[in-house]
Design a protein around this ligand. Structure first.
Ligand SMILES: [Zn+2]
Length: 237
């Protein structure tokens, strides 16, 4: 049986849309909060830099924010060699104040890399910039930490964002399966305890390293393939 009230609402939406189309009017554009996530080493920062470039090329004025990029403060860098200057946000940065106090042309969009380091309060501030100030916000980050638990900021983004998408570039575990999990490796051993934020790198010689693993090998605590001698070793070593 058709739910008549729901059908009526749908018809009214259709009529509204048709009316706008007949009059040749575009529906008013509404700013949105976007969240795109993936495991490490999946090209997030490369996409951030592409967004930055594309929007700037359209004449739009944006701010690029990041925190704790591997290349240092105030920079977004990608593993394929691209980089751009950025604003380093801190744990206590009021993002509403920071964005609205920017001198020069009105900021119409904000791009945030390393969005997993946003606090839930800062995610709320970004949502307020969208809703009350008509500023598009594009955030990119990791969904889960090395323990496989959501970063607090990422969890808040999943709740609040208008668009939540997994980046369609999956890095691979050493076994060849898609890698959805981030693992922290210290001295060649996968660890499951420690501070949520320890900046490291996916380079093999990093003191605190990160590898991306499939669920199975994250669960098993096997960051590398076993060589014939029964010793862990990086697949590419
Ligand atoms: Zn695996």
């Amino acid at each position: 049986m058709v739910n008549s009230s729901a059908a009526g609402i749908l018809l009214r939406f259709a009529a509204l849309g048709l009316g706008a189309a007949v009059r040749g009017e575009a529906a008013p554009r509404v700013a949105q909060l976007h969240y795109r996530y993936a495991a490490m080493n999946s090209g997030k920062s490369t996409m951030v830099l592409q967004y930055r470039h594309t929007y700037a090329a359209c004449g739009r004025t944006g701010l690029l924010l990041t925190r704790l990029d591997r290349a240092g403060a105030g920079i977004v860098s990608s593993r394929i060699g691209l980089a751009a200057d950025a604003i380093e946000f801190e744990a206590d940065t009021d993002l509403v104040h920071r964005v609205l106090s920017q001198s020069g042309a009105r900021v119409d969009h904000v791009i945030v890399d390393e969005a997993q380091f946003l606090s839930p309060e800062q995610v709320d501030q970004l949502a307020l910039l969208v809703d009350e100030h008509d500023i598009d916000v594009f955030t990119f980050g990791l969904l889960s930490d090395f323990r496989g638990e959501q970063f607090p900021g990422s969890a808040r983004l999943v709740v609040l964002a208008d668009v939540v998408e997994a980046l369609q570039v999956y890095p691979m575990c050493w076994c060849g399966q898609p890698a959805r999990m981030n693992a922290r490796v210290v001295g060649g051993v996968m660890v499951r305890d420690g501070d949520t934020v320890v900046v490291g790198n996916t380079d093999e010689d990093a003191e605190v390293g990160y590898v991306v693993l499939c669920r199975r090998h994250h669960r098993a605590g096997e960051p590398y393939a076993l060589n014939p001698l029964g010793v862990w070793e990086a697949a590419s070593a």
